[in-house]
Write a new protein. Structure first.
Length: 461
């Protein structure tokens, strides 16, 4: 019978509930009184079966204490409904416990991780559920989990930015001051977590709040800005660094040498650990600012290297395609080429299927185009091979790869203009509109190449 009720609760089959009660009107109360760890109420709350929950509570006559019973996974029905953002069920349960004067008991009931229903709601980020739970018992927002996490910690850890803003801006009021700088079990404040998870929108929001300590240190002596260097190759680092330093944030002057051993436990689970520091007693150890510069340079180098490889790959593909299908197409049949009969010998006047039409029409132009295409193709391949071998900005492979990239761009541009001239009128570039746009884009291209060169030069230096 218990198995049938659990299945009925999952699917929301109220008729099966009525049938079970009809056979044994005390069956529901027995499930709770015998200490059953997984009741149909838990199952229905998890799957959002609101009508089943209402009828189950009405028919079972359970107490508010039984309503807060934890299942085998350590969650009460209200926890399950809150975590899964089932607003109607949460609202009905809160009304039920208010009628039984048990709001405090149910709302403050903690699951196996020490989370209240409000904590669970912060994980799902459903603002309506958060609002409902907070209105019924605001003091739950001041509770911490067994890992010393506040509701704000959970919102940041689970990337619930809107829920975080809602709670801070509209609900917590002056009490938010006591939560902003609270550390979790590892001493991480919400700014530590937002920075470590590269939540630049959340960081930007938090640093504007009054009384936020942007230089708070966690248990390992790390400040929020230090968390960027847990993973030094994230594209959001520079933006977050600028945001925090703009309001007075800085890195720790001295970072303990034993931080490396505890870094895996300190960092959030979805952040890779990669912080490297030289021993403090080594003469070659760098200052924090020098490390920042080196990490920034390495990040730029990695991104630039990847971009060059992608660009060269695209150019190689395009030029290979031009070799397969040149402008003008291919001959589709056997026959004589009347257009060239006056200038070629009788041995050359016939064409074969698959041969290039342009070659027969104007061999000089065809050879010029193929020469440009060949230079573009092989310079692209050379760029890829050289840059793939470059792991340092001062390596010979990197310098040669950059030069190959410049050459590739030059030949691709010239080849494009040659193709346009071939497939259109010879005077096409005399058109004022085309000529002006050509001059404009040549200026943009020159500026882009110059910027590219200067950035690469900055990396080398």
């Amino acid at each position: 019978m218990e198995g049938k009720l659990l299945e009925a609760a999952r699917s929301g089959n109220v008729e099966a509930l009525y049938d079970a009660v009809g056979e044994d009107d005390s069956i529901l109360q027995k499930l709770h009184s015998c200490g059953c760890v997984e009741t149909p109420l838990h199952r229905a709350s998890m799957f959002g079966q609101a009508e089943f929950v209402r009828e189950y509570i009405r028919l079972s006559l359970i107490s508010a204490h039984q309503l807060s019973q934890l299942n085998r996974d350590g969650y009460s029905p209200l926890h399950l409904a809150s975590a899964n953002a089932h607003l109607e069920i949460v609202q009905f349960m809160l009304e039920f416990v208010k009628q039984n004067f048990a709001v405090v008991e149910v709302c403050m009931k903690k699951d196996r991780d020490g989370r209240t229903a409000l904590h669970s709601a912060m994980v799902s980020g459903k603002i309506e559920v958060i609002d409902l739970l907070f209105v019924n018992y605001p003091d739950a927002a001041n509770e911490v989990t067994f890992h010393q996490e506040t509701v704000l910690h959970l919102a940041v850890k689970h990337h619930q930015h809107e829920a975080l803003k809602f709670l801070i801006d509209q609900k917590l009021g002056s009490s938010v001051e006591g939560l902003l700088n609270v550390g979790d079990r590892e001493g991480n404040t919400i700014l530590h977590l937002a920075t470590a998870n590269r939540q630049f929108q959340t960081v930007e929001y938090l640093v504007k709040l009054q009384n936020l300590n942007v230089n708070a240190e966690n248990s390992n002596g790390l400040r929020p800005l230090d968390m960027l260097f847990v993973d030094t190759f994230n594209s959001y680092d520079a933006y977050i660094k600028e945001t925090i330093t703009h309001v007075g944030g800085s890195r720790s002057q001295v970072i303990p040498t034993d931080v490396q051993t505890g870094l895996q436990q300190m960092a959030p689970t979805n952040v890779q650990t990669g912080l490297q520091h030289s021993p403090a007693d080594t003469s070659s150890s760098l200052s924090s600012q020098e490390e920042d510069d080196q990490n920034t340079k390495q990040k730029w180098f990695t991104e630039l290297r990847s971009g060059i490889i992608v660009m060269a790959s695209v150019f190689a593909t395009i030029t290979f395609q031009v070799a397969l299908t040149p402008p003008g197409g291919m001959w589709q049949d056997w026959g004589s080429n009347e257009a060239t009969s006056n200038t070629t010998s009788s041995a050359d006047s016939t064409h074969k299927p698959g041969e290039t039409i342009l070659y027969d029409l104007d061999r000089k132009k065809f050879r010029g185009l193929m020469w440009l295409n060949t230079q573009s193709f092989f310079s692209s391949i050379a760029t890829i091979l050289m840059v793939l071998q470059a792991f340092k900005v001062d390596s010979f492979a990197w310098t040669l790869g950059l030069n190959c990239a410049y050459i590739t761009v030059f030949f691709v541009v010239v080849e494009y203009l040659s193709i346009v001239a071939l497939v259109t009128s010879k005077n096409v570039f005399n058109s004022p509109g085309i000529l002006m746009s050509l001059i404009f884009w040549m200026m943009i291209l020159s500026a882009a190449l110059l910027s590219f060169f200067l950035r690469a030069l900055k990396l080398i230096k």
